[in-house]
Design a protein around this ligand. Structure first.
Ligand code: IPE
Ligand code: IPE
Ligand code: MG
Ligand code: MG
Length: 295
């Protein structure tokens, strides 16, 4: 289901105001980069692309890109194009993920998945087109700072490739599960945390983050990915009527404790490694939102 990115109003007003302000800018930036094929190509491609991108989901990852920039002293406006690239990559990963050869999904963002509407071939081409366009957008994202654009490119390769999201999806496809119920296995969450890392670090890299800040952000992303995934697992547990009530309750308690510890460490890291300010405060709220929410 698609849900608006709206944290609890009583405690998180500033993040929800920020999202309300930024979301229209993200939407118009996305539109600015379309269509991807020349208009004279008489194919359903651009229509399918539109279907994949709009109305979209929570736009959580592009918001993270803007916050990553602000956290290191940059401005959101400087990284709107990078935020587009991040949403393109995220959307492409969902289109691939939904294909019959992957999850064979029935629903995406409240509607039928792209391949069910336009066919597998068009869906694959849309996902490839989005991924390819994202690299081009990031290459142009810092014209006066070619070193930053190069580092941003390297970050995409790291986060999307076999050591990142693609590797995480391969683990998922193999049906691998974390061993036992002991310590958390970060590789299990790689598909999610790699993209969260890309989202937050692209904005930071393009605004001149140093290596220490990027290391801290990579850890923040891993923790957020873990929290997201545990939340997702708890939701699946709630929908599972087979698990006995006592196991369900025990697993719930454990899951909640784990989410709490991931979020607490995010907050500690943010306080230790970054200046206190609106971006750090919003990221803390976002951590609480991710921990609470299941799409
Ligand atoms: C879905 O992510 C894919 C996972 C990483 C589990 P979101 O729920 O954040 O996707 P949106 O909101 O549709 O973009
Ligand atoms: C999707 O993960 C993750 C990526 C596309 C990288 P899932 O398959 O677990 O998520 P949903 O349930 O389809 O959104
Ligand atoms: Mg999947
Ligand atoms: Mg899936």
């Amino acid at each position: 289901m698609t849900a608006p990115l709206q944290p609890h109003a009583a405690t998180s007003q500033s993040l929800s105001d920020y999202v309300a302000e930024m979301r229209p800018r993200i939407e118009s930036s996305l539109r600015r980069h379309l269509p991807l094929t020349p208009a004279q190509f008489e194919t359903p491609y651009n229509e399918a692309l539109e279907y994949a991108l709009f109305p979209g989901g929570k736009r959580l990852r592009p918001v993270l890109t803007l916050l990553g920039a602000e956290l290191v002293g940059g401005r959101a406006e400087e990284v709107l194009d990078a935020a587009v690239a991040v949403e393109f990559i995220h959307t492409s990963s969902l289109v691939f993920d939904d294909l019959p050869c992957m999850d064979d999904a029935r629903e995406r963002r409240g509607r039928e998945p792209l391949h069910r509407r336009y066919g597998d071939g068009v869906a694959i081409l849309v996902a490839l087109g989005l991924l390819n366009a994202a690299y081009g957008i990031v290459l142009d994202a810092a014209p006066s700072e070619p070193g930053r654009a190069r580092r941003a490119h390297a970050e995409i390769v790291e986060c999307i490739g076999p050591r990142g999201m693609v590797g995480g999806q391969a683990i998922d496809l193999a049906g691998a599960r974390a061993a036992g119920s002991g310590e958390f296995d970060a590789t299990r969450n790689l598909k999610t945390s790699a993209l969260i890392r890309l989202a937050v670090s692209l904005g930071a890299i393009l605004c001149g983050a140093d290596a220490r800040q990027l290391g801290a952000l990579a850890r923040v992303a891993e923790l957020l990915g873990n929290a997201y995934q545990i939340r997702d697992d708890l939701h699946d547990l709630d929908e599972d009527s087979v698990t006995p009530a006592s196991t369900h309750d025990a697993d719930h308690t454990l899951g909640r404790e784990r989410i709490g510890s991931q979020v607490a460490e995010v907050k500690r890291l943010l306080a230790r490694e970054f200046d206190e300010g609106p971006a750090a405060a919003r990221l803390r709220e976002l951590a609480d939102f991710i921990a609470r929410h299941r799409a």
